[in-house]
Design a protein around this ligand. Structure first.
Ligand code: ATP
Length: 956
């Protein structure tokens, strides 16, 4: 209906004899209208003036109509779009269909609520959110009033809708704070002398005070300008522990350059420590003497901090000194309790032997030369322990990126576009195109899947760019390296949030996304680059000008450092570090940050590396391999990265990297029942859950199985396209009952709020992996639960892990209702059968497709009869149909515990699978711990085979 027709006179016409059968199709189609005022369209001849006048008149008319309608409360003459696709205009004198009206109202209501909800999320106003409840920001309002207020609020929010543009939260975005902090609330930060714009951003984020690790590292990093080696539990705020000093340092450098009219390139952030070595020996001896005294650590630290702030590079000598004093005093007590500082001797980098290594023995292998945790794992560990349906046979290690941008193996998920998180630049704008996979570009890259564990990606044709000092006029101040793409994106977003009012730009350079856009961002000269090593090295190799300033960066941070430097994982890291450390003076003037939750953790040796070994030449050697000490591990890091006398802050000594708020538990069961237990947990204890597997194959299998079980799982692994990876993470973040099934690619660093459970579907290969996986829950002082699923064949790995984590007793068992589990096991049998049939069908289709393709290529005509696969398909289809029906019927029925009497079957049509109520898993575990149920178990477990195994293991 054209606009013109709106202004004409309409009359309703009665619909006699309208067939009853059609009524439901025309639901809400309340009448017809006939145009009674015809005229010729003279639009073409009309003058512009006339047109304008007519328009105005029409507008006025519409306004009038609207106001009169609202006064008389008649049915609006607005067009209504029906479900069947018709657009109708309702009459004034006929009652509209109630159903449609209701439907429409509901729709509108939903829309409004949605808008209101979104706006509430954005503005943190209105109804109490989950967050509010958690923070205790709930308000008791009488019910009646509340509904009125609600309406009002909805109206208000809808009114402001045009003004406030809805911003979709992207992966890694920090949620805005619900509490409004005043400058007085932020006084704890003041002692670190952070610049005002940074404090302003922290206030907005609701970060009232620094976390423990921030409290311990910021003074030395900001005032002392020292290198920091930080180890703190997962989710303890390590990102800002290096992020804030970097932002603060950049602002200081910029300010100084502006004040003195200097070129930033020529201002070292700190006095090269090389010169410090030339200091009179007396000073060092003074330290040594003090060292012997009881309070040695703190004094040394204090002296060094003072010394650095006296170096003339601080923005204000006195104030810095003052600040340092305050901070050291302020954090005194905390440090006494937690701070563990190592003496880190600075050694020349060309000295390859590790300290304490008896290098005189030819066949001596030191563990530090084989730091790779997964190299260290038994070769049998690399296989998918289930051995079932591992389609691609990719029982591979899958916990880092950019060691090769692998695969185009998309297995699930729709293809709808997401503009969510391709954003790679500091300004927060992102296009979908950013997420374009670069499968073609990857053609000559080695696929991780094909390589298997222990193989190393060979980086060909990359020449080390010459160490020419490049000045583009837009200095690159800081480089932050991470092992995974998602972590890089997240760190960027955290920094962007903290740098919101500083004008500092942050670029994310990661694989799997369009390099073109990343280059464009780099051309704008961001001060900070957060990157994974692969893509970064690729762009450096291509001569990207902004990155040619790499060797003059003032700050270098390496997150998850222990993972980053593991042998064979990041081949590009070695040349990168060489490049960064090429100029000795610049290296010494650079401030370095090295962080991880497991920085000082050293795991047990795998048996295959111990004992006798027969060499190629038939010689038997008895290998002496010593476990590296934490100090040796730290020394190695210091040497590799080129740090100078770093301050080592390790606050993981109590819980070895896991958060204090984490509740640990375990389920021991047969391998074939693991799926049933997992389904039980997901359904009985719904909540945001991450399920970790040891291989890509396991992730794929579980994702398929749980899709059949209608759990809507979200897979995540390194051979998925980057776009899908981010989309799945965002979906998971947005779904309070989301189930993410992931490899260790999601184990480190990811900060998704309110993850309630972490389930280790398989015992992780190293204790480090256990710590990082478990650390996806119980973050930022919240509580969380981790469940380790273990079958008897994994007892050895479990015992090894417990030993590394210094666990003196077994991880307590998670209580499972066996009555409920029994019917689930039956359900799982059917689901697995269906899964197997689907796999068979896929394989048959693939084989069929292959035969046909081959025939076409060879110009051979094949009869359908010669393709027996099709017949197989027909029979599979039949079976599939039947199985699907069987599973659907099982799933549609609620699960009753075995022995349920059925005397009082429920009348409600609740679709929840469990008839028993859903329970909070953490609470269930806590209750079990308190009720003494687990004490009994402890007594029983004295003779448990697991402990026996552990003893055997110790003897080895
Ligand atoms: N001072 C602070 N006050 C409150 N929350 C904070 C503070 N600093 C950081 N956080 C929040 O704590 C959460 C965890 O921080 P972050 O991701 O830096 O942890 P992490 O120690 O790096 O964890 P992981 O070891 O898993 O990488 C984040 O959501 C972050 O926003």
């Amino acid at each position: 209906m054209s606009k013109k027709l709106n202004n004409m006179k309409w009359e309703s016409v009665a619909l006699d004899g309208f067939p009853a059968s059609m009524t439901d199709k025309f639901q809400g189609f309340v009448g017809l209208e006939e145009c009674t005022d015809y005229s010729f369209d003279k639009e073409g001849k009309r003058s512009k003036k006339n047109k304008k006048q007519e328009k105005l008149a029409a507008k006025r008319e519409r306004k009038k109509r609207k106001s009169s309608e609202s006064e008389t409360k008649e049915v609006p003459s607005k067009k209504v779009k029906l479900d069947n696709g018709f657009i109708v205009e309702s009459c004034n004198n006929t009652e509209p269909s109630l159903a449609n009206n209701k439907q429409k109202r509901n729709k509108n209501k939903k829309k409004k609520n949605k808008n209101a909800k979104n706006l509430n999320n954005d503005n943190n106003t209105g109804e109490t959110s989950d967050d509010d409840k958690e923070n205790g920001n709930t308000e008791e309002v009488p019910k009646k009033k509340k509904s009125k207020n609600k309406k009002k609020k909805v109206k208000e929010t809808v009114g402001t809708e045009k003004v406030v543009k809805k911003v979709k939260q992207r992966l890694g975005d920090l949620p805005k704070s619900t509490s409004e902090l005043t400058p007085e609330d932020m006084l704890t930060w003041a002692e670190f002398k952070l610049q005002e714009p940074i404090i302003k951003a922290l206030t907005e984020l609701g970060f009232k005070q620094p976390t423990k690790i921030q409290q311990l590292t910021l003074p030395a990093a900001i005032h002392g300008r020292r290198d920091i080696l930080g180890a703190a539990e997962t989710g303890s705020g390590k990102t800002l522990a290096f992020g804030l000093p970097i932002l603060c340092g950049i602002l200081k450098l910029k300010e100084k350059a502006e004040l003195k009219g200097l070129d930033v390139y020529d201002i070292p952030y700190r006095k090269p420590a090389l010169k410090k070595k030339e200091e009179p020996k007396e000073k060092k001896q003074k330290y040594k003497r003090k060292d012997r005294k009881e309070n040695k650590k703190k004094i040394v630290q204090e002296e060094k901090v003072k010394e650095s702030s006296e170096d003339g590079y601080s923005s204000g000598k006195e104030s810095d000194e003052e600040g340092t004093k305050n901070v050291t005093e302020g954090s005194k007590n905390v440090e006494e309790e937690y701070l563990e500082e190592y003496d880190v001797p600075v050694r020349k980098r060309d000295n390859s032997a590790d300290e304490g290594n008896d290098s005189d023995e030819e066949n001596y292998i030191h563990l530090s030369d084989m730091l790779d945790s997964d190299d260290l794992a038994d070769s049998s560990d690399d296989e998918d322990t289930e051995g079932a349906d591992d389609e691609d046979g990719s029982g591979i290690d899958d916990d880092d990126d950019d060691g090769g941008e692998s695969g185009d193996d998309v297995e699930s998920g729709d293809e709808e576009d997401s503009d969510a998180s391709g954003d790679i630049d500091g300004d927060g704008s992102g296009d979908d195109e950013d997420l374009e996979e670069e499968e073609n570009e990857d053609a000559d890259e080695v696929n991780e899947d094909e390589q298997g564990v222990g193989c190393v990606k060979v980086v060909d044709n990359i020449e080390m760019p010459g160490h020419v000092s490049v000045k583009t006029g837009k200095p690159l101040y800081a480089l932050i390296l991470t092992p995974t793409r998602e972590l890089a994106i997240q760190i960027s977003r955290h920094l962007i949030a903290a740098a919101k009012y500083t004008g500092i730009k942050v670029a994310t350079i990661v694989g799997g996304m369009a390099a073109v856009k990343q280059e464009r961002v780099l051309r704008s000269g961001p001060e900070i680059v957060v990157a994974t090593p692969g893509r970064l090295w690729e762009l450096i190799g291509q001569g990207q000008p902004h990155l040619q300033q790499l060797d003059s960066v003032k700050f270098l941070a390496i997150d998850e450092t222990d993972r980053m430097i593991e042998r064979g994982h990041f081949e590009e890291l070695t040349p990168l570090l060489e490049r960064l450390n090429a100029d000795e003076e610049r290296r010494a003037a650079r401030q370095n940050f090295v962080f991880s939750a497991t920085l000082t953790m050293v795991h047990d040796l795998p048996t295959h590396m111990k004992g006798k070994k027969v060499t190629k030449h038939g010689k038997i050697i008895n290998r002496k391999i010593e476990k590296m000490t934490p100090q040796q591990k730290v020394n190695r890091l210091v040497r590799m990265i080129g740090m100078t006398e770093p301050k080592v802050v390790d606050i993981t000594t109590q819980n070895l990297g896991t958060a204090e708020t984490l509740t640990e538990s375990r389920i021991t069961c047969a391998l074939e029942h693991k799926d049933a237990y997992l389904y039980y947990i997901v359904k009985r204890h719904p909540g945001r859950t991450i399920v970790f597997c040891n291989s890509i194959g396991s992730v794929k299998r579980l994702a398929q199985l749980f899709t059949l079980l209608k759990c809507r799982p979200l897979p995540l692994h390194a051979s998925m396209p980057q776009r899908q990876r981010i989309k799945n993470l965002e979906r998971f973040r947005d779904d309070p009952h989301g189930v993410l099934i992931a490899t260790d690619v999601a184990a480190r660093g990811l900060d998704i709020p309110h993850v309630e459970h972490v389930i280790h579907y398989q015992v992780p290969r190293t204790a480090e992996n256990y710590v990082h996986r478990s650390g996806r829950t119980a973050r930022a002082s919240r509580e969380g639960l981790t469940i380790l699923m273990m079958d008897p064949s994994e007892a050895y790995l479990y015992a090894k892990m417990c030993r590394t984590l210094n666990k003196t007793s077994e991880v307590p068992t998670f209580p499972v209702d066996s009555q409920v589990l029994a019917p689930i096991k039956e359900l799982m049998v059917v689901a697995r059968e269906l899964d197997a049939l689907e796999l068979k069908k896929r394989r048959a289709a693939q084989a069929h497709g292959w035969k046909e393709r081959a025939a076409r290529e060879m110009d051979i005509i094949i009869d359908d009869d010669d393709l027996p696969v099709k017949q197989v398909n027909a029979s599979i289809d039949k079976e599939l149909k039947a199985k699907r029906r069987q599973l659907d019927s099982l799933l549609s029925r609620p699960i009753y515990p075995r022995g349920f009497s059925f005397k009082y079957p429920t009348l409600n049509n609740d679709t929840t699978v469990f008839q028993g109520s859903e329970e909070n898993a953490l609470q269930v575990m806590k209750n079990a711990l308190e009720s003494g149920q687990l004490k009994k178990e402890k007594r029983k477990s004295k003779n448990a085979p697991l402990l026996q195994l552990q003893k055997k293991f110790k003897k080895k």
